[in-house]
Design a protein around this ligand. Structure first.
Ligand code: ADP
Ligand code: ADP
Length: 226
């Protein structure tokens, strides 16, 4: 099954910036996929549309065969989003942040608490569960964003520049974790402007530049051309 199927996707922001000029993109279930491109290429806009935070201008998006235009609730429940900004409540505790997130998706409270323990432990945040979000280091905040995104057990995790501003040690442990959950079956799509990051992690890749896909291939094939 296709985890993501995008056809003819275009976005013009108010003010006239054409962020996406008609892109086609498809990602198979189970893939580890990178959307690579320089700043301003249209990566965040693409992710914003997939996660229905940004309205598209034209085109279609299907998520696990659920059309975003007609079946948004089912489409959204397939996605766990890790945006660039730390958009959690800085005054809540980590435990509250992840349990409340599960609540938004209708996960019963007892199950939400079990999952909170599981994911906070997996991401090395369990000792900090009673700390407030604002007390965390940058790397911990990133990991909290990932734990929060997993609380409704989505089929696909989407990460926007997941290791931006993270030191090398945290970056390596995040990479290891992402590889593990991908091996357990979660489809992963990330954006990055580091080729090295895509190289370390991804099987397939699309390169976006000025709102157009300029390359869409396997990581192996791409490396063979460099
Ligand atoms: P939409 O078309 O999805 O409704 P808007 O064009 O209304 O999006 O923009 C959303 C917000 O982002 C606005 O408040 C706008 O001021 C702000 N914004 C404008 N330019 C940029 C930019 N280059 N990067 C990020 N945000 C921007
Ligand atoms: P990337 O994630 O690859 O850096 P973006 O999708 O953030 O690229 O941006 C693509 C283009 O759209 C850029 O020219 C950016 O300035 C513009 N842009 C992004 N968000 C907005 C917005 N809310 N309003 C207006 N222009 C925007």
């Amino acid at each position: 099954m296709k985890a993501l199927d995008i056809k003819g996707l275009a976005k013009t922001y108010k003010g006239g910036v054409q962020a996406l000029k008609g892109i086609d993109l498809s990602v198979e279930e189970g893939d580890f996929f990178a959307l690579l491109g320089p700043n301003g290429a249209g990566k965040s806009t693409t992710i914003g549309i997939i996660s229905s935070l940004v309205n598209k201008s034209e085109g279609s998006v299907e998520i696990f065969e659920h059309d975003l235009a007609t079946d948004i609730v089912n489409a959204k429940s397939c996605i766990g989003l890790v945006p660039q900004e730390f958009n959690f409540n800085q005054f809540e505790t980590l435990f509250q942040i992840v349990v409340n997130q599960a609540g938004y998706y209708g996960v019963p409270r007892a199950l939400a608490k079990e999952r909170a323990e599981k994911y906070l432990k997996q991401l090395d945040l369990w000792d900090k569960r009673n700390a407030a979000g604002r007390e965390l280091s940058g790397g911990m905040k990133r990991r909290l964003m990932i734990a929060r995104a997993l609380m409704h057990e989505p089929k696909m995790l989407i990460l926007d520049e997941p290791t931006a501003g993270v030191d090398i040690e945290v970056r390596r442990s995040m990479w290891k974790f992402l590889k593990e959950i991908n091996e357990q079956g979660i489809t992963i799509i990330l954006t990055t402007h580091y080729l090295e990051e895509a190289e370390m992690l991804c099987r397939n890749i699309a390169i976006i530049d000025k709102g157009k896909i300029v390359e869409n291939t396997s990581m192996k094939a791409l490396l063979a051309t460099l």
